[in-house]
Design a protein around this ligand. Structure first.
Ligand SMILES: [Zn+2]
Length: 408
């Protein structure tokens, strides 16, 4: 069996206590609804009562991206009566390769509005509430208050720990999923009857160790698979059928189409759900994780280090001696590049610093300024000081200076 990505201890586990997620008062179904959900009503495990449970249920989906798209679409189609969507971004063309709830016609529009309109087109009988804001310690409790379950469709560690702690503190199940290139993970964390995310991963990884989809890429269909599994778990919880993934972590690999399960045990030392918890309120998760969770990557290393595309262009035109170092992967050079740059991929930089001269004025370059910022910190760590970060990376360069190069 492969080891689990990330870190933390995974322990063997006893059985799981069954929790009833059903609402005490079940609403009735109209004739139109009975017709719409006919294929559900035919299944004995769902039936009329199950469909009424779905109508009574409410789910908050954190993020309307790659994971949130299938989760929201299938929960809406299934007739989950009240769906909440939290996101703060607008639809971008690079989202459409995997965020199938949005469309070309909604590029530039608010993600939560784009998603809400699509869901209500799919199923006008449900209620969809949109929260166009970042999910933070300041608003999470209030937003989540009226929802039965929380589905984590986030793509960053601060939001993941926030969602976990919120669910532990408020006694709600957390349907978790995450993706990386060809691999995904799914579990249901319910601290009342099993482990939580912190039992599995007590601490976030060091900042920068786990790259985001925007930096490392993701197979577009992968969040489709993982998000659909999350939606399946949510529906099982609502219906009270089957064996939920409480106490189990599913590891999926699209390359070899493997599904593996790892047993998880509640950690009695867990700071959130253990015997002596210290996380008794939501904390500052950006600080905890050492990275901004929802700050959109602005590709800045700070004013002290940044050089804007315009500044770089002026200096190159004026003939200033600059050493350009592109820290992207070699296959990205075919997409865009600046002539004359030396290529040292970020992953090799630490072992190849001898190829660089600390007396040179070095400008670090990548796609959007995130990897180059990391490169800057690596070089600072080994004594380089004459360093600059191309703010916003080659995408900003393409936008501001060289429109012949594509943005990706
Ligand atoms: Zn825990």
């Amino acid at each position: 069996m492969r080891s689990v990505k990330c870190f933390g201890h995974i322990r063997a586990i006893p059985g799981v206590k069954k929790i009833d997620y059903t609402h005490p008062m079940l609403p009735t179904l109209s004739h139109e609804e009975i017709l719409r959900y006919s294929r559900h009503l035919l299944i004995p495990d769902v039936g009329l009562e199950g469909q009424r449970k779905l109508k009574a249920a409410s789910a908050l989906i954190v993020g309307t991206g790659g994971l949130g798209s299938p989760v929201a679409l299938y929960l809406a189609a299934a007739g989950v009566g009240h769906i909440g969507l939290v996101d703060f971004d607008v639809v971008d063309r690079t989202n459409l390769q995997r965020q199938v709830i949005h469309g070309t016609s909604t590029v530039g529009k608010l993600k939560v509005e784009s998603a809400r309109n699509r869901l209500l087109d799919l199923n006008p009988d449900i209620q969809v509430d949109a929260y166009n804001q970042a999910f933070t310690s300041a608003n999470a409790r209030e937003i989540a208050e009226t929802y039965d379950l929380i589905i984590d469709g986030s793509d960053n560690f601060p939001t993941r720990y926030l969602t976990n702690d919120l669910c532990v503190l408020t006694g709600k199940p957390n349907v978790y999923g995450s993706v990386y290139r060809f691999e995904g993970q799914v579990s249901v964390f319910d601290a009342r009857s099993g482990p939580c995310y912190r039992c599995l991963f007590p601490n976030p990884p060091p900042p920068g160790l786990v790259p985001t989809c925007a930096e490392s890429g993701v197979l577009g269909i992968l969040p489709g698979t993982i998000g659909t599994l999350q939606a399946t778990e949510a529906i099982k919880l609502i219906l009270g059928i089957g064996e939920p993934l409480i106490g189990r972590l599913l590891l999926y690999n699209a390359q070899d189409m493997s599904f593996e399960f790892v047993r998880l045990r509640k950690n009695s030392d867990c700071l959130a759900c253990g015997t002596n918890p210290t996380v008794t309120e939501l904390i500052d998760y950006d600080q905890f994780c050492g990275v901004p969770g929802h700050a959109v990557e602005n590709g800045s290393a700070g004013v002290e280090w940044d050089i804007t595309p315009h500044q770089l262009n002026e200096q190159l035109t004026a003939g200033t001696q600059l050493k350009l170092v592109d820290v992207r992967e070699p296959h990205e050079l075919e997409i865009s590049h600046i002539d004359g740059a030396q290529v040292i991929p970020l992953g090799e930089l630490a072992s190849r610093t001898s190829e660089l001269d600390p007396t040179d004025e070095i400008v670090l370059i990548c796609k959007a300024g995130v990897r180059s910022t990391r490169a800057l910190h690596i070089l600072l760590g080994v004594g380089f000081r004459k360093l600059h970060n191309l703010q916003g990376g080659l995408n900003a360069w393409a936008k501001d200076i060289d429109p012949n190069q594509p943005i990706y």
